[in-house]
Design a binder for this molecule. Structure first.
Ligand SMILES: NC(=O)c1ccc[n+]([C@@H]2O[C@H](COP(=O)([O-])OP(=O)(O)OC[C@H]3O[C@@H](n4cnc5c(N)ncnc54)[C@H](O)[C@@H]3O)[C@@H](O)[C@H]2O)c1
Ligand SMILES: [Mg+2]
Length: 352
């Protein structure tokens, strides 16, 4: 909230108060929908629904880019009816946001078919034909989505996945019940409330002053290197997690660090990525790769990073089986860290 205020205030006071009040009313509205089942049900009447099938969002293609179709409650009910299901399935949907005019947005998965759910999975390809779109793996669509769309789909997928995996109380073993918005699940036998969770992950771009350190895991596409990432251990703060991960993965000691930004990342489960820059002592730069975690790690020069960032399109395999350095996609916070590092080297700002 203070961010919006801060940015706007530096420009124009009038704009500031308008932006803030729109933001505050929207936030309060979403809060009400999470707390009040009746209000949320009412919001579904005028809301828009994003459809998923086994966590893959329904996308349409236009001009080689993906668009995300939205449906009214009536259209969703008609679709369910056509495939022999009643409107009760709408109760599986989760609230993922709203417009400035308070049109509530929901996500509904037509494919998830849990062991005790009364709702069977809808046939994927028939639904695709009916809706003139295709349920597309979110990772595959990453390159063709803008940041607002991807952030909405990230939230939707993460929330749908969390509900799918938290249908039973871990204490009583009884089925839990979601509220209409999907902001929590409650065990009716002992009233334990379960809230959707994200795991905190630190992601660190280590620099020795002139070079930056990138690493790759075996599962990465060929040639792809990224910043060092690791889940925070219980009881650790961000600084401790950064120091431990860098020591664990590449055998180096961090001398100083600086917070950069954060990002929600839904793959493979929900993580809160906390991105930092870190420096090692000059001269203490010998990498010892932990091969249980990484396939390789190396220092890269300004020129190597600049060339990789400017490269566009699919990566071409070289004749000698080596692959040119490639970097994470723009939407990944690792990309932002690497770009910031490059800018710091020259003091220049790179275009998005
Ligand atoms: N958005 C980005 O730019 C970006 C870049 C790199 C990595 N990431 C994400 O960061 C996450 C962590 O990176 P990593 O794989 O290098 O982590 P990591 O180095 O901590 O290694 C993963 C291992 O940590 C253990 N682990 C501990 N706590 C865990 C938990 N809560 N969930 C899962 N495993 C846990 C498991 O043994 C797992 O195999 C990954 O999910 C990855 O998708 C995002
Ligand atoms: Mg790691």
């Amino acid at each position: 909230m203070s961010l919006y205020c801060g940015i706007a205030c530096t420009r124009r006071n009038l704009w500031c108060s308008r932006l803030l009040s729109t933001y505050v009313t929207k936030t309060r509205y979403l809060f009400e929908l999470k707390e009040d089942d009746d209000a949320c049900k009412k919001a579904q009447q005028t809301g828009a629904f994003y459809l998923f099938h086994n966590l893959a969002p329904l996308l349409q293609t236009a001009d080689r880019r993906y668009t995300i179709p939205r449906f009214s409650l009536l259209e969703v009910e008609r679709l369910l009816h056509k495939f022999g299901q009643d409107a009760q399935r709408v109760e599986d949907s989760v609230l993922i946001g709203c417009s400035e005019l308070h049109e509530a947005w929901f996500a509904l998965d037509l494919g998830l078919n849990s062991s005790f759910s009364i709702h069977a999975s809808l046939p994927r390809s028939e639904v695709e034909t009916e809706l003139k779109g295709s349920f597309t793996e979110l990772r595959k669509a990453l390159f063709q989505l803008n940041s607002m769309d991807s952030s909405l789909l990230f939230t939707a997928q993460a929330l749908l996945r969390w509900h799918d995996g938290h249908q039973f109380c871990s204490k009583s073993g009884q089925p839990t019940k979601k509220n209409i918005a999907g902001s929590k699940r409650v065990c009716p036998s002992n009233n334990i409330i379960y809230y959707p969770q994200m795991a905190p992950v630190v992601i660190t771009l280590v620099s020795d002053g002139t070079r930056c350190l990138l690493a790759r895991q075996k599962s990465f596409p060929k040639g792809l290197y990224s910043a060092l990432a690791g889940f925070c251990d219980i009881g650790e703060n961000v600084e401790e997690a950064v120091q431990r991960e860098v020591a664990e993965e590449v055998g180096l000691e961090v001398e100083s660090m600086q917070y950069s930004a954060s990002q929600h990342w839904p793959f493979p489960n929900s993580s809160l990525m906390i991105a930092c820059h870190a420096a090692v002592k000059p001269g203490q730069t010998e990498i010892q790769v932990n091969l249980r975690e990484l396939e390789a790690a190396a220092w890269f020069s300004y020129e190597e990073i600049a060339t990789a960032l400017s490269r566009k399109g699919p990566y071409i395999q070289q004749q000698n089986e080596t692959f040119p350095l490639s970097l994470p996609p723009k939407l990944a916070i690792a990309h932002q860290l690497i770009k910031e590092w490059l800018e710091k080297q020259t003091g220049a700002s790179l275009s998005a």
